[in-house]
Design a protein around this ligand. Structure first.
Ligand SMILES: Cc1cc2nc3c(=O)[nH]c(=O)nc-3n(C[C@H](O)[C@H](O)[C@H](O)COP(=O)(O)OP(=O)(O)OC[C@H]3O[C@@H](n4cnc5c(N)ncnc54)[C@H](O)[C@@H]3O)c2cc1C
Length: 366
C-alpha cells in the first residue's frame, strides 16, 4: 500500500495551480486525483477575464489589488516557459448603460481615489460603442486562455502523479500501523495520504453538506460579429472580449438550477449585451456551461485547514474570481503545507476557520 504525503483532490485551476506551485518548491511526491476529466468543472470555460473589480463596484475589496498583481506576475512568468499564448493583453472598459449602474460606478470610483495605485481612469470615448452613461478604463486587462493555461500547468508539473477516475469515493480517517492517515476509497482502489487538499470547486458540498455554499450556473459564448472592438468591455453583469478575426468571447449568464437550452441562454446573453452594435446579426459558434460555487455570506473563498480534522485542507469557493484569487491562494497554501502549520499565514478574509466548526461536519460516505 503506497501512502502519499499529499493528495490534491480536483483537477481544475485551483488543484493544478497548487500542484504546480508545490512542484516548483520541490514538493513533488503528491498525487492529483480528478473525479471526471481535467477541467470538468468551472475551469472548463475556454477564456476568462482577469481584473481586480469583479462585480458591480469599482472599489476593490480588501487585498484584491495585491491579489491582482500576484496573478499578473504569475501569468507573465508562466508565459515565459510556454510556446502557446496563455493570455491576451488588452484594455478593459467598465461601462454603464443604465442610470443605477452609472450611479454605482461613479460613487465607487470616487471613493476609490484614496486607494494607493488605483488603476482605473475615467474614459471620455468608447467608440465604436454607443456613448455610455459612465465609462472607466483599465490599461492592463487580460483575457486568459484557460485551456492553454491548464495544459501548461499540467505539463510543468509532470513530476507529479496524476490520475482521473470515475465513481463515488468515501473519505475517512484510519489508523494504520499506528499512523493516522486519510483514506479515499473508490469502487476499485483506495488511496492513502497523510494530508489531503480538497480543491473540488462546487464538489465541496459532497464532503460538507452543512457548508453555506451557493452555486450559480452560467454560460460563456463564442460568436462572430462585424465589429472592431479595441478593448474587452464589462458592464455590471456581462462582458465581451475580442478574440481576433471577427470572433468574440462573451458572457456570462447567471441563474440557479439546471442548464438552459443553448438557444435560450444565448437570448439571455443578448439581452444583457443589447447595447452592442450589430449584435442581432451575430453568428453563434459555441456555448460552454458551468457552475460557480462560493460562500453565501461573503462570496470569498475557503482556504486553509478543515477545523478539527488534522491533515485535511480546503482550497475552494472561488466563485467568479478564480483568476484573481487562485494564484494567491496557491502561494499561501504552499507555504502552509511546507511549514506544516497555517499559523499566521492565511488572512482572515480567506481563512476556512472563519466559519464555525459546526459547518465542517464531514459526510461519512460520499
Ligand atoms: C460561465 C463561467 C464564466 C466564468 N468567467 C470567469 C472569468 O471571466 N474570470 C474568472 O476569474 N473566473 C471566471 N469563472 C470562474 C472560474 O472559472 C472559477 O473560479 C475557477 O475555474 C474555479 O476553479 P476550481 O478549480 O476551484 O473549480 P473547478 O474548475 O470546478 O474544479 C473542481 C474540480 O474538482 C473535481 N471534483 C469535484 N468533486 C470531486 C471529487 N469528489 N473527487 C475528485 N475530483 C472532484 C471536478 O470534476 C472539477 O474538475 C467563470 C465560471 C463560469 C462557470
Amino acid at each position: 500500500m503506497k501512502t502519499y504525503p499529499l493528495i490534491i483532490l480536483g483537477g481544475g485551476l485551483a488543484g493544478w495551480a497548487l500542484a504546480h506551485q508545490l512542484s516548483q518548491a520541490g514538493f513533488c511526491e503528491l498525487l492529483l486525483l480528478e473525479a471526471q476529466f481535467y477541467a470538468a468543472g468551472a475551469s472548463g470555460v475556454p477564456h476568462a477575464l482577469l481584473h481586480p473589480f469583479p462585480g458591480r463596484s469599482l472599489y476593490p475589496r480588501e487585498a484584491y489589488l495585491s491579489a491582482w498583481q500576484t496573478s499578473l506576475k504569475w501569468l507573465s512568468e508562466l508565459q515565459q516557459s510556454s510556446q502557446n499564448a496563455l493570455y491576451h493583453s488588452l484594455p478593459l472598459w467598465r461601462v454603464a448603460y443604465d442610470s443605477a449602474t452609472a450611479e454605482r460606478f461613479e460613487r465607487s470610483f470616487k471613493r476609490a481615489q484614496a486607494v494607493p495605485h488605483y488603476p482605473l481612469k475615467a474614459l471620455t470615448k468608447t467608440a465604436p460603442l454607443p456613448v455610455a452613461q459612465a465609462a472607466y478604463g483599465l490599461e492592463q486587462g487580460r483575457l486568459v486562455c484557460t485551456s492553454a493555461l491548464l495544459n501548461h500547468l499540467r505539463q510543468q508539473s509532470s513530476s507529479i502523479k496524476q490520475q482521473a477516475y470515475a465513481g463515488p469515493l468515501s473519505l475517512s480517517r484510519q489508523i494504520l500501523a499506528g499512523e493516522t492517515l486519510w483514506c479515499l476509497s473508490g469502487s476499485e482502489q483506495s488511496y492513502y495520504a497523510k494530508q489531503i487538499v480538497l480543491a473540488t470547486g462546487g464538489g465541496l458540498s459532497q464532503f460538507f453538506a452543512d457548508l453555506p455554499l451557493v452555486s450559480s450556473r452560467g454560460e460563456v459564448f463564442s460568436f462572430e460579429l462585424d465589429l472592431e472592438l479595441p478593448a474587452a468591455v464589462s458592464t455590471a453583469g456581462h462582458f465581451i472580449a475580442p478574440l481576433g478575426s471577427g470572433r468574440f468571447h462573451a458572457g456570462a449568464t447567471h441563474y440557479q438550477g439546471h442548464a438552459l437550452p443553448p438557444t435560450q441562454s444565448w437570448e439571455l446573453l443578448k439581452s444583457g449585451l443589447r447595447w452592442l452594435p450589430g449584435l442581432e446579426k451575430a453568428k453563434l459558434l459555441r456555448v460552454w456551461s458551468g457552475l460557480r460555487s462560493g460562500l453565501k455570506h461573503d462570496r470569498e473563498p475557503l482556504l486553509g485547514p478543515v477545523p478539527d480534522q488534522p491533515g485535511l485542507w480546503v482550497m475552494a469557493g472561488f466563485s467568479t474570481r478564480g483568476l484573481l484569487l487562485i494564484p494567491t491562494a496557491a502561494q499561501l497554501l504552499t507555504q502552509v503545507l511546507l511549514q506544516r502549520s497555517a499559523e499566521g499565514l492565511i488572512p482572515d478574509w480567506l481563512n476556512s476557520c472563519r466559519l464555525p466548526a459546526e459547518h465542517w461536519t464531514l459526510a461519512e460516505s460520499i
